[in-house]
Ligand binder design. Structure first.
Ligand SMILES: [Zn+2]
Length: 70
């Protein structure tokens, strides 16, 4: 079975091509992609998930704008 992941194209920076590596035993990804995924998760676990600045928190949306200054 082939790896399910895609690789960034060498020809075009916005294109992706299917990974041609064989999936590891008992996995749907090749060894290279398994290591990449583990590296990403390790980074998120060590440094925490970055907050999105465009997402409002529930307490912020319930408070009228400018009410903290009054
Ligand atoms: Zn792969």
């Amino acid at each position: 079975m082939r790896c399910l992941a895609y690789r960034a194209s060498r020809k075009c920076s916005n294109a992706w091509t299917a990974c041609k590596n064989r999936a590891e035993k008992n996995s749907t990804f090749c060894q290279s992609h398994i290591r990449m995924i583990c590296g990403v998760y390790l980074g998120l676990c060590v440094h925490g998930f970055p907050e999105r600045k465009d997402v409002r928190r529930p307490e912020e949306s319930a408070t009228p704008a400018g009410s903290k200054q009054q």
